[in-house]
Design a protein around this ligand. Structure first.
Ligand code: AMP
Length: 280
């Protein structure tokens, strides 16, 4: 496995694969602080790349432009050595861990692409993290231009992000196929997240309530009643919920009986903001 930090080495890797630019292969973009959820995405990438012996690329970049709170960016864990070991064990062949200067040398090198409606209209992450999806689309577009992956694997954990990237890729007519991967959870139901390490022991016992509450909401026929139930239960458990909603799974607009729906929650617990979702 090769660890690449700069564009000259990325170009050299492309040439050694017999390509003029870009690496092709299967790609997992991350911000590092990797856990078993990320490892599952890398293993899926390795499966997709195996038939053509294409590279399995993981990017590790804590992208400043997608953080809407400076403190969250500053304290985001940076654990490159452990990340590299996890990637190697999961089957990665190349880690791309660029600096901010390498990713954003000039404004023109990494323009913010047009944002799809699912990034601006639902009033979910877009409302509570203003500017977040502009940063996500900017970094993913820049990475896709550099890597030119055949496949890119994204976790369902970040459901709105998955829909945003899928729509952006389709609208820009990119050749990259977006592959969703189910959410990995701890045994008690808490969705794995790099931010879970900031939960205190007592918050950690409360955190799986999100998953339990969403599961119960599934059994409530009326979306409005399901939403009211989730908000009430989350507040009761000590969360500060931002949203707890039932939405169309793809547009994230109002649900309709004839289309797949999704239950989505964002809630703060102490200093940590947790998000999760399940199918309706
Ligand atoms: P990040 O944690 O923001 O670096 O996420 C990198 C990728 O891993 C994104 O596609 C996430 O959706 C995905 N991911 C993060 N946590 C999980 C999880 N628990 N299960 C599956 N995918 C995940």
């Amino acid at each position: 496995m090769q660890v690449i930090h700069d564009l000259a080495s990325l170009d050299a890797a492309a040439r050694s694969l017999g390509r003029a630019h870009g690496l092709g292969g299967a790609f997992v973009p991350t911000m590092g602080a990797l856990h078993e959820g990320h490892a599952a995405l890398v293993r899926r990438a390795a499966q997709l790349a195996a038939p053509t012996k294409a590279p399995v690329i993981v990017s590790i970049f804590v992208n400043p432009t997608q953080f809407n709170e400076r403190a969250d960016f500053d304290r985001y864990p940076r654990t490159l050595e452990a990340d590299a070991e996890l990637c190697r064990a999961a089957g990665a062949t190349i880690i791309f861990a660029p600096s901010v200067e390498t990713m954003y040398p000039t404004p023109a090198a990494a323009p913010i692409p047009p944002l799809p409606r699912v990034a601006t209209d639902p009033k979910l992450e877009d409302a509570f993290r203003p500017g977040h999806f502009a940063g996500v689309c900017q970094v993913v577009m820049r990475l896709f231009k550099l890597v030119e992956p055949d496949h890119a694997i994204f976790g369902e954990k970040d459901w709105q992000q998955l829909q945003v990237i899928t729509a952006m890729t389709a609208e820009a007519k990119l050749a990259t196929r977006i592959i969703p991967h189910p959410t990995l959870r701890d045994p008690d139901g808490l969705a794995m997240s790099s931010r879970n390490r900031f939960l205190t022991p007592s918050e950690r016992t409360i955190a799986p309530t999100i998953h339990r509450v969403m599961q119960h909401a599934r059994s409530i026929a009326s979306p409005l009643d399901a939403e009211a139930h989730m908000l009430r239960e989350l507040q009761h458990a000590g969360f500060r919920p931002e949203y707890a909603v039932v939405r169309d799974a793809i547009t994230l607009g109002s649900p309709t009986p004839d289309r797949p729906a999704r239950i989505l929650v964002a809630a703060r617990l102490g200093s940590v903001r947790l998000i999760d979702n399940i199918p309706r």
